[in-house]
Write a protein that binds this ligand. Structure first.
Ligand code: AKG
Ligand code: FE2
Length: 329
């Protein structure tokens, strides 16, 4: 079955990458991030990962988030094989800037066939010697197969990816139908009851391995002293509930430093628009809101609506009224 496991050649050309993504369910875009930006992403991730362990809040496991993770401080000299650094959008400007890479838009638009999209999750992944392989899965395993994938996973290699370092493994062309079989047991958790052949994607640092959410994949075994540093950015079609529920996860002080365009990338935009209510009277809102904050109003209570920025705008009010089939006044 070796022909089935043939990988597309790495490319630096987005159009070639898009063709590979359609044909193989994945592509390897070399040099996606380079130089100072790559260094800054790596350094920020490593510092955050070290301190999460030091402060006893490391997200640790022998394998992956799915398999017996715990939050804690590793024993000295006994670093587990896997560490996740969740919600990176809260953990450094450098990660927000990375989300604005223009080629993300190109890949998402093509994959999602023009439907609008935003972030679903952004997680650092550290794989060390001793890491065990993940169950072979697709990222949309919990829903039926779809004609258009729901997510695009962009695995940024912050170090080189070698097979012995537990590089991501895939089944090329598996996106074209069906999901890998999984079974559950108390001892083994989720596992594949029948063996599945996968191939490691080796790539230099700075590459992004793009794989869409119908492509079978897993992380591999690490038998190397070299640590795999990586950052997965998961994009999604707008109608999917984000894996991270980012609008709730985003820390208020981070939110305060973001532009409307950055907030939109994080999903702070209601679609279809017009169906917007404000959760608080402060600035933590959908970027496209035009409606006031309206709490439960009672004759004997002091609760009052609060107009939001832009609410005094005549054009907005007229648009809203028209959208609701009302006469503007
Ligand atoms: O770490 C890996 O190689 C794969 C992780 C994974 O399954 C994912 O990001 O969806
Ligand atoms: Fe996955």
């Amino acid at each position: 079955m070796t022909t089935q496991l043939k990988l597309p050649a790495p490319t630096r050309d987005v159009e070639q990458g898009q063709r590979d993504l359609a044909e193989y369910g994945l592509c390897v875009h070399e040099g996606f991030v380079e130089g100072e930006q790559l260094k800054a992403l790596r350094e920020r991730l490593v510092e955050q990962a070290e301190l999460e362990c030091e402060y006893g809040v490391g997200l640790l496991s022998s394998q992956s988030r799915g398999a017996g993770t715990w939050y804690g401080r590793p024993e000295p000299g006994a670093m587990p094989g896997w560490q996740g650094i969740p919600a990176l959008y809260n953990k450094g400007r450098v990660f927000i800037d990375y989300l604005k890479h223009p080629l993300f838009a190109a890949y998402n638009q093509q994959l999602f066939r023009g439907a609008s999209w935003h972030l679903s999750a952004m997680t650092g992944l550290i794989v060390r010697r001793g890491a065990e392989p993940m169950v072979v899965h697709v990222d949309q395993q919990f829903m039926p197969w779809t004609e258009v994938p729901t997510y695009l996973n962009c695995m940024l290699c912050l170090t080189e990816f070698e097979e012995v370092m537990g590089a991501t493994r895939v089944v090329p062309k598996s996106h074209l139908g069906g999901y890998p079989k999984q079974a559950y047991s108390a001892e083994r958790g989720a596992h594949n009851p029948e063996p599945i052949g996968t191939v490691a994607v080796e790539a230099p640092a700075g590459s992004v391995i793009f794989f869409e959410s119908r492509t079978w994949h897993q992380s591999g075994i690490s038998t190397s002293d070299k640590t795999r540093l990586s950052l997965t950015t998961l994009w999604q079609q707008h109608w999917v509930k984000p894996m991270d529920n980012i609008a709730l996860n985003l820390q208020r002080e981070v939110h305060a430093g973001l532009s409307a365009d950055e907030l939109k990338l994080l999903g702070f935009c209601a679609e279809p628009s017009g169906r917007i209510e404000a959760a608080t009277p402060d600035a933590f809102q959908n970027t496209n809101r035009k409606t006031p904050y309206v709490p439960e109003l009672r004759r004997d209570s002091a609760a009052r609506p609060v107009a939001l920025d832009g609410m005094g705008d005549r054009k907005n009010r007229d648009d809203d009224a028209r959208a609701m089939g009302l006469k503007a006044n």
